[in-house]
Ligand binder design. Structure first.
Ligand code: DCP
Ligand code: MG
Length: 398
């Protein structure tokens, strides 16, 4: 029997994520040491630091005051949660289109399983170079990646490739790749584990390999076996697809609060359209349309409407969102409110097809196929590439 093809796993992690998102909003931060977390004289801790600041020893979770002492010339900025989740969603949208299986690990990090995509994408190195370039073009954000046959190896490789790099470890080269590295690089070997291993004379992963499995097992039991497996690059964990989302949406915060109803409506139209496209990409339908609205005095209101039947169609979802917006906008001081944040969300998500007669079913399937290809073209060439209205009309005339 032929051996099963080696897995092709990618670990991708955004570089200095919060810092880079802040740099999109304030380009003057580029090239400077930057610390995200807030007031350097306050009690907070560092959320993220730029690579320029890391040279001075600044790192995440360190008290801001310590960061200031180590790097007084750093620019200290407040953090903006909304900005990071927005950027994260944009990145995950790209990953989900690119890879058949995506496992989100944190706000800025994921494993991808690219096994079996070589015919489509070519060699994984080139595919990942293209993916990272695409992420940068679309979002302006740098990332790094590790490519290999297991989660362990790719996670370590992406860390070593940072910033703005990628590293591939070929199947069979794992032991040699890992041997010179310090044991602390193994995710899961904490400070205590490291101390204990050092006391036993183990400093590098190569030392684990030389000790061998029986001695490690006698010394540390189960953990010894696990450490030995790590030293061989053995890690059978699969890339697990993320579960179905509970809601899918898009929101935006304006640079300047605005009361321009026409501008707000067209923004909401765009947000709802992007969210609907995302819904279809997940192969889902929504039963409920929600609009979220925050005014300049930081009051947030939401309003929801339940559709007659779950839908994935722009023609059902977008008008419902616009209608909700008009109600909310009117109810806020008779249409004189200034808006800070606007969002469209779809919830009550399901996968099963709505009830319909046979003829409707056939028509719906054709329409669905068309919309999917429109979504695919938009992903590739941008929103302006196709006007959906025309496509749908063409279908109806047929
Ligand atoms: N984060 C945080 N608090 C921490 C660690 C991280 O708020 N203790 C946030 C800020 C980071 C983001 O999570 O920007 C991603 O964490 P990473 O560990 O991936 O760190 P970075 O992306 O900042 O840097 P790197 O280039 O090392 O990945
Ligand atoms: Mg990161």
């Amino acid at each position: 029997m032929a051996e099963p093809a080696a897995r092709v796993i990618v670990h991708i992690d955004m570089d200095a994520f919060f810092v880079e998102v802040e740099r999109l909003h304030d380009p003057a931060l580029r090239g400077k040491p930057v610390v995200v977390g807030g007031d350097p004289d306050g009690r907070g801790v560092v959320a993220a630091s730029s690579y320029e600041a890391r040279k001075f020893g600044v790192h995440s979770a360190m008290p801001l005051r310590t960061a200031k002492r180590l790097c007084p010339q750093a620019v200290f900025v407040q953090h903006h949660r909304g900005r990071y989740s927005e950027a994260s969603e944009e990145v995950f949208d790209i990953l989900e289109v690119f890879a058949p299986v995506v496992q989100p690990v944190s706000i800025d990090e994921a494993y991808l399983d690219l096994t079996g995509t070589e015919r489509l994408y070519g060699a994984p190195d080139a595919a990942v170079t293209e993916l990272r370039a695409h992420i940068r073009r679309k979002t302006g954000l740098p990332s790094s990646a590790g490519i290999g046959g297991s989660k362990l190896v790719t996670k370590i490789a992406s860390g070593l490739a940072k910033p703005d790099g990628q590293r591939r470890v070929r199947v069979g080269d794992e032991r040699a790749f890992l041997a010179p590295l310090a044991i602390s690089i193994i995710p899961g070997v904490g400070k205590v584990g490291e101390r204990r291993l050092r006391e036993g004379g183990v400093r590098t992963i190569g030392d684990l390999d030389r000790l061998g499995r029986p001695r490690l097992e006698a010394w540390l039991g189960e953990s010894g076996v696990w450490l030995w497996e790590c030293s061989q690059g053995i890690d059978e964990r699969e890339v697990q697809p993320g579960g179905d989302p509970k809601s899918i949406g898009r929101e935006t915060t304006f640079w300047e609060d605005t009361g321009d109803a026409e501008f707000l409506e067209s923004t909401l139209h765009h947000l709802a359209e992007r969210a609907a496209s995302r819904l279809r990409r997940h192969g889902m339908r929504a039963r409920t349309v929600n609009v979220k609205f925050r005014t300049s005095d930081f009051r947030t209101s939401t309003r929801a409407r339940t559709l007659k039947a779950p839908s994935w169609r722009d023609a059902d979802l977008i008008p419902a969102a616009l209608e909700l917006f008009r109600q909310l906008f009117h109810d806020e001081r008779g249409g004189r409110a200034k808006v800070r944040l606007l969002g469209a969300y779809f919830s009550g998500l399901s996968r099963e097809a709505a009830q319909m007669d046979l003829l409707e079913g056939e028509r719906e399937r054709r329409e669905e196929n068309l919309i999917r290809s429109v979504d695919a073209i938009r992903d590739r060439f941008g929103d302006g590439a196709i006007v959906v209205g025309k496509v749908i009309r063409y279908l109806e005339e047929e």
